[in-house]
Design a protein. Structure first.
Length: 285
């Protein structure tokens, strides 16, 4: 019911090329991030067992992207799925491929939510210079994420997680977004990706210059921007990142149970609503 991993990666590579072209046209500064940056540095392409593409940009660039660049994608081919919109409650955004399917392990509450093959677009936000306020920002982000996941249809067997999500329903999302994003403090020493891929505080905090200085890295047959401080960033995220783990340690979150390039995601809605949700691990290295 799904295309192969190599086919999926080839589609993502084409999407990344189009994303890069639009960003260059509009002078949007972004970089490959997380496992995609690791793949570029260590493998000069995808991590062989990885199935997604992550890019990141500072909040200012992120907002500029939606104000100026998003309209330049071919709307017959792509859908720009912006954060906190009516059919996408999550705190980060995606570039989706129309007329495709990337069906993930949750029970959707919104039939109109686009679930095509995607690239993740993560915002990088200002982190307070005050240590206590940093922890408050991190806690606020967890509330925002919990509310977003609940709206999307997240399922869990953990009683603690269920109770936390229920409690968060009644909290004001706008206040906690404002605390997490921290737009006013644009000259702080540190930034964060609390709305990004890592659940860890320490793996989501970076020096500001890591996201304002760039170098190019090979990714397949193309070159794309990565942080000029990629060594420090990847060490923060992965430790000894150049060590290729043995096959027994190559645990990877299966992002999707169905990936199709010529079938619309809407065809799988009923299947997804009734699928069994199990747990899976995530250790992209």
């Amino acid at each position: 019911m799904s295309i192969s991993l190599s086919e999926h990666q080839a589609i993502l590579a084409g999407m990344l090329e189009d994303f890069d072209a639009v960003c260059k046209k509009n002078n949007i500064k972004y970089m490959l991030f997380s496992g995609t940056a690791l793949g570029a540095v260590r493998h000069h392409g995808f991590i062989p067992w990885d199935d997604d593409v992550d890019v990141a940009m500072t909040r200012d660039e992120y907002e500029h992207f939606f104000e100026c660049a998003a309209k330049d994608f071919d709307n017959k081919k792509y859908f720009v799925q912006q954060e906190f919109t009516s059919h996408w409650p999550m705190p980060y955004s995606k570039l989706r491929l129309n007329n495709s399917a990337c069906i993930e392990k949750y029970h959707p509450k919104d039939r109109e939510m686009h679930q095509g093959i995607y690239i993740d677009i993560f915002p990088i936000d200002n982190l307070s210079d005050n240590k206590l306020m940093r922890k408050i920002q991190f806690a606020a982000s967890k509330i925002v994420i919990s509310k977003s996941l609940y709206k999307r249809g997240y399922s869990t067997d953990s009683l603690a997680k269920k109770l936390f999500m229920i409690a968060c329903i009644f909290l004001p999302a706008g206040l906690f977004k404002k605390i997490t994003i921290n737009k006013k403090n644009k000259n702080t020493a540190l930034v964060h990706s609390f709305f990004g891929a890592s659940k860890s505080f320490n793996k989501s905090v970076y020096k500001r210059e890591w996201f304002t200085s760039f170098t190019d890295a090979d990714f397949g047959e193309k070159k794309y921007p990565v942080s000029a401080f990629y060594d420090e960033m990847l060490t923060t995220l992965y430790g000894d990142y150049m060590r290729i783990p043995p096959e027994s340690e190559r645990e990877c979150k299966q992002h999707a149970v169905i990936v199709e390039k010529d079938k619309n995601y809407s065809e799988f809605y009923d299947y997804q609503k009734n699928m069994k949700i199990d747990t899976y691990s995530r250790s992209i290295r």
